[in-house]
Design a protein around this ligand. Structure first.
Ligand code: UDP
Length: 336
């Protein structure tokens, strides 16, 4: 059934791919984004873009007063592990307060379905890997803590107000839409794959590896890289499942790659051998984060379509080549 959906942060990386998937399903989508990290050009038509900030409760109330949303998908957040260890209150303050504003507005306007973009960072240094939903929650950085606090806020909103919610704990979102029009464009960029692709394009002199003395086979950190369209598919599926109650899923492909393995994949995919230097560990980085996605597969019938790292990198490379300077450049070309 076609729904009217509010997507906060729908102009951002994961949000914009989800908007695209939701439109493909025939839903009506309103994006609410302050365009701090998001891009107008990433909001695919016919989604409507409302520029605004979640800190502004009046703007939220006005938005909800003029439209009747069947569900809210909440992506908008500060989301950098490294930054969260330097500016914790951007996370424990802003991320959490903005979520409270949004959930409170949902409750006030009787919107009873909510999907949260959560993170595997809530597990910190997990006591077992691969990580299923029963692993102990113990965030190792302020970003993960902020998302866990929001998960708890939703649990109370369910208990007291009957808000049905889903928390999707993402592992490492990567790749780009296969049609080449949507992709990753952060400023500043901090993520491994886009930085490595910049090195391959000659836009950075070298790559840094943040620590090679972790307790992993090659000493570098291992992550579960999940294609952003596979993540988007999990959101589409969970919306229907919400009718049967609130739920949590760990969403990754169940395979881990080390930093060195990812860099090898980027070199293979691009055919460019760029310089790599060793640097200090980045505070808050756990050695190994890999999902056990059995629950999301079993309950939602979800399967990753992109299982190999080279396939994921290839889509990110196609976007990078089409938009070497990100969306800004694309928009200039389109306007010329
Ligand atoms: N990383 C790195 N060099 C970089 C960027 C990232 O070695 O220039 C490492 C980082 O320490 C982590 C992994 O790559 O172990 C993935 O980092 P990313 O920032 O992409 O995602 P995160 O795991 O922080 O969500």
């Amino acid at each position: 059934m076609s729904k009217t959906l509010l997507v906060t942060g729908g102009a951002g990386y994961v949000g914009s791919h989800c908007v695209s998937a939701l439109l493909d399903q025939g839903h009506r989508v309103v994006v609410f984004d302050n365009l701090q990290q998001g891009h107008r050009a990433a909001v695919r038509a016919p989604a409507e873009l409302v520029v605004g900030d979640l800190a502004d409760k009046k703007a939220l109330a006005a938005l909800f007063a003029t439209r009747r949303f069947d569900a809210v998908l909440h992506f908008a957040a500060n989301s950098l592990v490294g930054e969260s260890m330097q500016k914790p209150f951007l996370y424990l303050g802003d991320n959490v307060q903005n979520a409270v504003n949004l959930v409170d507005t949902c409750v006030a306007h009787d919107v009873k379905r909510f999907v949260l973009s959560s993170t595997c960072a809530i597990f910190g240094e997990p006591d077992r890997v691969p990580i299923d939903e029963d692993v102990r929650i113990a965030p190792g950085n302020a970003y993960g803590e902020s998302k866990y606090l929001i998960e708890r806020i939703l649990a109370w909103a369910d208990r007291i107000h009957g808000l049905r919610y889903a928390c999707l704990r993402y592992f490492n979102a990567a790749g780009a839409h296969p049609d080449g029009t949507l992709g990753e464009d952060h400023n500043p960029e901090t993520h491994l794959i886009p930085i490595a692709l910049d090195c391959a394009m000659g836009r950075r002199p070298h790559m840094q590896i943040f620590g090679d003395d972790y307790d992993t086979p090659d000493g570098t950190c291992i992550r579960d890289y999940i294609h952003v369209c596979d993540l988007a598919d999990a959101h589409v599926r969970v919306l229907d499942a919400l009718e049967d109650g609130s739920r949590h899923y760990n969403v990754g492909i169940g395979n881990g790659y080390s930093v060195r393995e990812v860099l090898d994949s980027v070199k293979r995919t691009t055919g460019v051998d760029f310089a790599v230097k060793l640097a200090a560990r980045r505070p808050g980085d756990p050695p190994r984060l890999v999902a056990r996605p059995d629950k999301v597969m079993r309950e939602l019938g979800w399967r990753p379509r992109y299982a190999a790292i080279d396939e994921i990198v290839a889509t990110a490379w196609a976007f990078k080549r089409a938009h070497p300077q990100g969306y800004g450049r694309g928009a200039l070309v389109a306007a010329a």
